[in-house]
Design a protein around this ligand. Structure first.
Ligand SMILES: C[S@@+](CC[C@H](N)C(=O)[O-])C[C@H]1O[C@@H](n2cnc3c(N)ncnc32)[C@H](O)[C@@H]1O
Length: 395
């Protein structure tokens, strides 16, 4: 057993591909060995682990367990403002699922799994969203399908999420944005995932503005000596801007993608980059909204289209096409599903189904862009759960 563990550790430390193959091999063994009763237990334990982890993340309980040593149920109860008996029962569930370990009869300590969570704020903020009570609501609400039929949810309203919230006529983002707590968690998770859903796109071609001649501008009007990345989130109002915008991040959230692109692309002037989003998001990002952004060199849509069904996406793409010049580019950054994509990609597809969106294959992306009068001129694929870049031009 010890030798097996050592072999597994050696294999799994062999980069993410090594880890993925160890995990899928181990899962294949578990699946082959499972009886019907084991499978039932697996569902029950998984479901409860998720429910308790949601509470422990929300109450910051995971961080209160010391990284080394242990904590008694009574101490933990005081730290999170809960009754000792409740903490003991919830903790024991996480011990049973292998998330925590017991240290004596009334004390808990971290396992390798929970310690990673305690040490990683990035993980915690994304996990808070993925485990959130009802958002993204995986589409498995039977009542929704009873009501609307057993078909793929589509459309801006009447989504499984809005149905579950009892406001089927409301678009999903309107509902999210009306809940400040959820909006905060959502924005934090979106901007945090920037770090692990990186793409390998080289944006230097956007920085070279060969097209300045065609646009009226007066170099003196643009303050070029302040290249602070933070300025990316401040939109220069249209009447003061003389140069063509170089990059417009449509639905760019908190601006982290734009900041990352700016820091990786020397020569891309921050004051010519625009963060566009809903007013309440821009308000939180300390930027200004300027809806009339026409003729930019490049538009970016990162993880926005997967929030919507096909006809909404075509409508959004057409709107962007209308704003594009003949030499503008639209960069779509999204997952591109392959038959052997990792399980997480399919979990994302289920989450998106809950808001009537979807993850798509390259053929799906081709069909959408074509219908909107665009064509994909270049694809920069990303492996695993990474985001591919689809460069689109007017057809
Ligand atoms: C899934 S998030 C992606 C955020 C960011 N692009 C990223 O990759 O992290 C979708 C974004 O679209 C924005 N959004 C939703 N409806 C919008 C609208 N009508 N106009 C502009 N942005 C919108 C949301 O506020 C949110 O920031």
């Amino acid at each position: 057993m010890a030798q097996n563990n050592q072999q597994l550790t050696a294999l799994s430390s062999n980069g993410s591909a090594g880890r993925a193959s160890v995990i899928s091999a181990a899962q294949a063994i578990i699946h082959a060995a499972q009886s019907a009763q084991d499978l039932y237990v697996h569902f029950a334990v998984n479901k409860c682990e998720i429910i308790v982890m949601r509470l422990f993340l929300k109450w910051d309980a995971i961080q209160e367990i010391p990284l080394q040593g242990s904590i008694s149920f009574s101490e933990l109860a005081v730290k999170i403002g809960a009754e000792e008996g409740l903490v003991a029962r919830l903790s024991r569930m996480l011990v049973a699922s292998g998330m925590l370990t017991l240290a004596g009869s009334d004390r808990v300590a971290h396992t390798h799994r929970s310690r990673m969570i305690a040490e990683d704020a990035l993980f915690r903020s994304t996990a808070k969203l993925i485990l959130y009570e009802d958002f993204p609501q995986p589409a498995g609400t039977p009542e929704y399908f009873d009501h609307y039929g057993r078909r793929e949810p589509a459309g801006k309203t009447h989504t499984p999420y809005s149905f579950r919230k009892g406001q089927p006529d409301k678009p999903v983002f309107e509902l999210i944005h009306a809940q400040p707590g959820l909006l905060q968690i959502f924005m934090e998770a979106m901007s945090r995932t920037q770090d692990f859903l990186a793409t390998s796109y080289d944006a230097s071609c956007i920085a070279r503005d060969d097209d300045d001649q065609h646009h009226h501008h007066d170099a003196d009007d643009v303050d070029d000596d302040d290249d602070e990345v933070a300025r990316a989130v401040v939109v220069v109002p249209g009447d003061r801007r003389r140069k063509r915008p170089l990059l417009v991040d449509v639905g760019g959230g908190a601006g982290r993608t734009l900041k990352a692109i700016l820091s990786q692309t020397p020569g891309l002037a921050p004051e010519r980059c625009v963060l566009q989003d809903r007013p309440e998001v821009i308000e939180r990002s300390k930027g200004d909204q300027d809806p009339g952004l026409r003729g930019a060199k490049a538009y970016l849509m990162r993880r926005c289209l997967h929030d919507y069904g096909d006809s909404e996406c075509v409508g959004m793409l057409r709107q962007i096409k209308e704003a594009m010049d003949s030499n503008s580019t639209l960069l779509i950054m999204e997952m591109v599903l392959l038959p052997d994509s990792p399980p997480f990609c399919y979990a994302m597809d289920m989450a998106m189904m809950g808001i009537a969106g979807k993850e798509r294959t390259l053929d799906d992306w081709r069909a959408l862009t074509e219908e909107a009068g665009l064509k994909i001129s270049k694809t920069v694929p990303a492996p695993g759960i990474g985001l591919s870049v689809l460069e689109c031009v007017k057809a």
